[in-house]
Design a binder for this molecule. Structure first.
Ligand SMILES: [Zn+2]
Ligand SMILES: [Zn+2]
Length: 358
């Protein structure tokens, strides 16, 4: 085992991240050391890069990266459920198991929550140490590291689709064609939505292109087109004034009021984006339309198991959201591509290979 490794570190407050040489973590009681095969860049990593107000609570320095897969190389005392050589992915959320929320079955709201890649060192590194109580999942032999790393964002999309309570044949609209929006689109298609549209900005060309390939029925460029009117026109053809469900996955506060204008009376708006500021909404339209606004964040206890099972058996092409594969040393390039919306998802391969698929 080497004594040092490369890692992408948020060292100080302000814009940016750094590629640093840091010690390889040691493995204490209950802990597991994993050699990272792939770790993907998330919208929240971009917020951390930009040092958005909603992420300024992070203890610095911290190694980023919370969507990953890899191979167990060492286990600490007392670990018997995995062995060196096992390939795994893990939930980045480490709940304590003992606080009132955990004891009440709501571990996702644990009062002592630690999050890999945010409040504990993460997986944009050659090795990541999984703390005691980590929830890890063995990957089936045929599942590669890319699919394994994408399990986390797939679970985020799955949880939002679950929370929408969607029924077969309903209509939906996805605001934001980023990786989470695209994974949501794939899921909506696979659960039998009868019509689904996607909106993005002019700079989202590559993402909109992918949404088209994934079977979106309507694509809207919100910088040049009136998305609300286009949705209403499409729904008129189906005898409705709006869609049943709107998934807001942009994190742009302005899109919340758009979502409320697109949904039909009694419809639901599912908020998934992390917003950098307050959103203006017209409460009367929510009241009169009896519209439900639902927050969707992280996942339920069983989401990972269901997602892993689905991606093991079904060939849903989640990898199609990855556009760039980069070594850790290309961190600034990867973050720049993602910030400009020129990449879909960027996957870091600490092993080093590079590749682009568009
Ligand atoms: Zn994420
Ligand atoms: Zn707890």
């Amino acid at each position: 085992m080497p004594s040092s490794m490369m890692a992408i570190v948020k060292k100080r407050s302000g814009v940016g991240v750094e590629v640093c040489e840091v010690p390889v973590p040691t493995c204490g009681e209950g802990e597991i050391l994993v050699r990272v095969e792939g770790a993907s860049l998330c919208g929240s990593d971009l917020h951390i890069y930009e040092w958005s107000p909603s992420y300024r609570w992070l203890p610095l320095p911290v190694i980023l990266g919370h969507e990953f897969a890899g191979q167990v190389v060492e286990v600490g005392e007392g670990v018997s459920h995995v062995r060196p050589g096992d390939r795994i992915t893990a939930s980045p959320y480490i709940s304590c198991g003992n606080c009132p929320r955990c004891l009440g079955g709501n571990g996702q709201h644990c009062l002592e929550m630690r999050i890999l890649g945010l409040s504990a060192d993460g997986a944009f590194a050659q090795y990541v140490r999984l703390p005691k109580n980590s929830r890890l999942f063995l990957l089936p032999p045929e599942m590669d590291a890319e699919r394994g790393a994408l399990l986390e964002p797939f679970c985020v999309a799955l949880n939002a689709v679950d929370r929408s309570g969607i029924k077969f044949g309903q209509t939906a609209f996805v605001l934001g064609p980023g990786p989470i929006g695209l994974l949501t689109l794939m899921l909506l298609r696979s659960v039998g939505v009868s019509w689904v549209g996607v909106a993005g900005r002019a700079s989202d060309e590559l993402r909109i292109q992918r949404a088209r390939e994934l079977g979106a029925d309507l694509l809207v460029d919100v910088d040049h087109e009136d998305g609300i009117r286009k949705v209403r026109e499409a729904m008129e053809g189906l005898g409705e004034s709006g869609v049943d469900l709107v998934f807001e996955a942009t994190g742009d506060p302005g899109s919340v009021s758009q979502a409320l204008e697109m949904v039909r009376p009694e419809g639901k708006v599912i908020l998934m984006g992390i917003h950098s500021g307050d959103a203006a909404v017209n409460p009367t339209s929510v009241v009169r339309g009896r519209i439900s606004i639902i927050g969707a964040y992280t996942y339920e206890q069983d989401t990972w198991l269901r997602a892993l099972r689905y991606l093991t058996v079904r060939d849903l092409a989640v990898e199609s959201v990855i556009s760039h594969r980069l070594p850790l040393t290309a961190a600034s390039e990867g973050f720049a591509l993602a910030r400009r919306g020129e990449a879909l998802k960027v996957l870091f391969r600490p092993g080093g290979e590079r590749g682009v698929s568009q």
